[in-house]
Design a protein around this ligand. Structure first.
Ligand code: SAH
Length: 213
């Protein structure tokens, strides 16, 4: 598959649509214009890649809706060069968006099929996350902590304690919390023991699962 001017045109439309839906962060919108989402989808869905929709990917998982990717990326409020931990690499699309925003990205995936496939794809497309880990997102990456931001792309039943502990003071964790539908929570670490919690509306994600390894 290739990236053509037709795809670029569709990405411009998608970025405009997301702006109309309330995404204001220019760095995020610019990344949406740059990352070739159609190359992260199975070829059957390529024609629909620039609709604002989620689609199935391998291992019964989903690639998040562009609006959700843009919304979560905006909530991080991360400056270029910040160190970000993503939970749920999945297709790698969100990872690529964060890399394009100039962030140092660490990402964890628990499905080996997706982990292997996405690692190859990201490198083939020229995206360079700092580290892609195969493992359990509930544990985070203590060896690489602390992080300026943590972005969780699967539904957590509650706030994972290990992840809160890996957040820098002043850092933010963006995480959908709940079962059937989730509240998009943004947690700011104010001090070693003080976490400010804000809620940003309802979303729907695949569940964050405990690891089987
Ligand atoms: N960011 C992805 C979204 C993928 S869906 C994208 O843009 O495509 C959520 C992903 O989280 C799935 O790939 C799922 O396998 C993964 N996941 C679920 N529980 C996890 C856990 N405990 N640790 C790491 N990854 C997990």
């Amino acid at each position: 598959m290739k990236d053509t001017s037709k795809h670029l045109g569709m990405r411009h439309h998608l970025a405009l649509l997301l702006e109309e839906k309330g995404i204001k962060d220019k760095v995020v919108l610019d990344a949406i214009r740059k990352v070739p989402r159609h190359l992260f989808l199975d070829s059957g869905f390529e024609a629909h890649a620039y609709q604002d929709k989620a689609f199935p990917i391998a291992a019964a998982q989903t690639i998040s809706q562009p609006y959700t990717v843009a919304f979560q990326s905006s909530l991080l409020m991360a400056k270029a060069g910040s160190k970000i931990l993503e939970i749920g690499t999945g297709s790698g699309y969100q990872t690529a968006v964060l890399c394009t925003m100039g962030l140092k990205v660490y990402s964890i995936e628990r499905q080996s099929e997706l982990f292997k496939k996405t690692k190859i794809l990201l490198s083939k497309l020229g995206f360079n996350p700092k580290y892609l880990a195969f493992g359990d997102g509930y544990k985070g990456l203590p060896d690489y902590a602390p992080f300026d931001g943590i972005l969780v792309t699967a539904a957590a039943p509650e706030l994972p304690k290990a992840l809160l502990a890996q957040l820098k003071i002043g850092g933010k964790m963006v995480i959908p919390v709940g079962d059937e539908t989730q509240d998009m929570m943004c947690i700011t670490r104010k001090s070693a023991t003080d976490f400010e919690k804000k809620s940003f509306g309802k979303f729907r994600f695949v569940p964050m699962l405990a690891n089987k390894n």
